[in-house]
Design a protein around this ligand. Structure first.
Ligand code: AMP
Length: 382
């Protein structure tokens, strides 16, 4: 019996456990909160990620360890890796935890990135503002997610407000200033790399955000083969540079035909949830296969899929279940503003059929605005 240890017990760990059950896997989840939603399906070791006794007990009970949460302290990952195989490696985790380190790596690899600068002081910010110009975004280097830890600087007049909001974090989690990219689309590439170095990528996904949180994803994205190839080459460069094992996502901005890399998630990713029903092999199943050294599954899409995120509270499931290929995912969390509590995926064989299903569902749920961008994209000619 193989046991996979997961650091972090949120919905990603929950979906990993659900996907690993048919492979006969057992799971153990380490999380600091008693109500971690993965604990509804896997035993929970409730402890702080820095608790060495808990980490030792975790290492004793698992055959391999992986992450649901990318902000597990890198030292804890390193400590564990001396006792049990950990994938992705602590080094890959450390790079992906730090916006400055990951953008520096992308640039070294020749991958286009937004302009950026390390901000260690107010003076450094003022100099970077001169060089990069406005609009731009001040972000924390570490521990930011879903648009948190970010301040948009629209004009030089906003500099004081930006520093008042985030300046105190320059000495703790660090800060980075990024040029604002006037992108035409937001895309992500999800890929998986096996322990033997084999790499597979799912088709590019187009994403729409609301207040910095993913709202909807459409896959395959309506892009030409050249862009798809560019995304795959980018994913391969990053994965090989980090000797990465497992699933990862690169969030990309498409501007004037060029893909700029925004950030890397060293784990299964929200923009890949559509793969559960919309691809031959899901990101969750392939992540487990990768970390266990098993053969990777085909990443081909089956038809067209749209994933809708449920933020704050779950809507009624009936309109989604009424669709021929509507799939419901309730994470078993209590409602809270800004919290990802579930998602739905609609799948269809053609773009037209998916647009119709999506429009019907949006109307029935009173969420026309959430579905509108994907419906419009699906109805575009070509
Ligand atoms: P992030 O946490 O970096 O993924 O940012 C959350 C969202 O904010 C992104 O998905 C974009 O919609 C937006 N965003 C972040 N950075 C930039 C940027 N440099 N230019 C334009 N939009 C951005």
């Amino acid at each position: 019996m193989t046991t996979v240890g997961i650091l972090g017990g949120g919905q990603l760990a929950r979906m990993l456990a659900l996907s690993g059950a048919p492979l006969g896997l057992r799971f153990l989840v380490l999380d600091s909160t008693p109500d971690a939603c993965a604990a509804q399906f896997a035993p929970l070791l409730q402890a702080d990620y820095r608790d060495q006794d808990a980490l030792a007990s975790f290492a004793d009970q698992v055959d391999v360890a992986t992450f649901d949460f990318e902000n597990v302290p890198a030292e804890s990952a390193r400590w564990l890796a001396e006792r049990v195989p950990v994938f992705p490696s602590p080094r890959a985790l450390a790079v992906a935890q730090d916006r400055l380190a990951e953008k520096t790596l992308f640039r070294e690899l020749g991958i286009p990135v937004p302009e950026f600068a390390d901000i260690a002081s107010r003076q450094a910010m003022d100099e970077a503002l001169q060089r990069i110009g406005t609009p731009c975004i001040l972000k924390t280097r570490r521990l930011g997610y879903d648009g948190k830890g970010q301040f948009r600087i629209k004009s030089p007049d906003d500099a004081d407000a930006a520093w008042a909001a985030l300046g105190s974090q320059a000495d703790t989690v660090g800060l980075i200033l990024e040029g604002f990219v006037a992108f035409q689309r937001e895309l992500s590439v999800l890929a998986v790399r096996g322990r033997d170095g084999e790499l597979r990528a799912w088709p590019l996904t187009e994403n729409w955000h609301e207040s910095g949180i993913l709202s909807a994803s459409l896959a395959p994205a309506a892009v030409d083969a050249a862009l798809q190839a560019q995304a795959l080459a980018t994913a391969r460069k990053v994965a090989e540079a980090l000797d990465y094992v497992g699933v990862f996502a690169l969030e990309l901005f498409l501007r004037d035909g060029v893909l700029l890399a925004n950030e890397m998630a060293p784990r299964v990713h929200n923009s890949g949830h559509w793969t559960i029903e919309g691809a031959e092999t899901s990101q969750f199943q392939n992540h487990l296969r990768a970390v266990l050294g098993l053969p990777l599954g085909d990443t081909r899409a089956i038809g067209h899929s749209v994933m809708l995120n449920w933020i704050g509270e779950m809507p009624s499931l009936l309109p989604v279940l009424a669709e021929a290929s509507g799939h419901w995912h309730d994470y078993g969390k209590s409602p809270r503003e800004g919290r990802k509590v579930g998602h739905a995926t609609l799948r269809a064989d053609t773009r037209e059929a998916l647009a119709d299903a999506l429009e019907r569902t949006g109307r029935a749920l009173g969420r026309d605005a959430q579905v509108a961008p994907a419906v419009a994209r699906l109805r575009e000619p070509g």
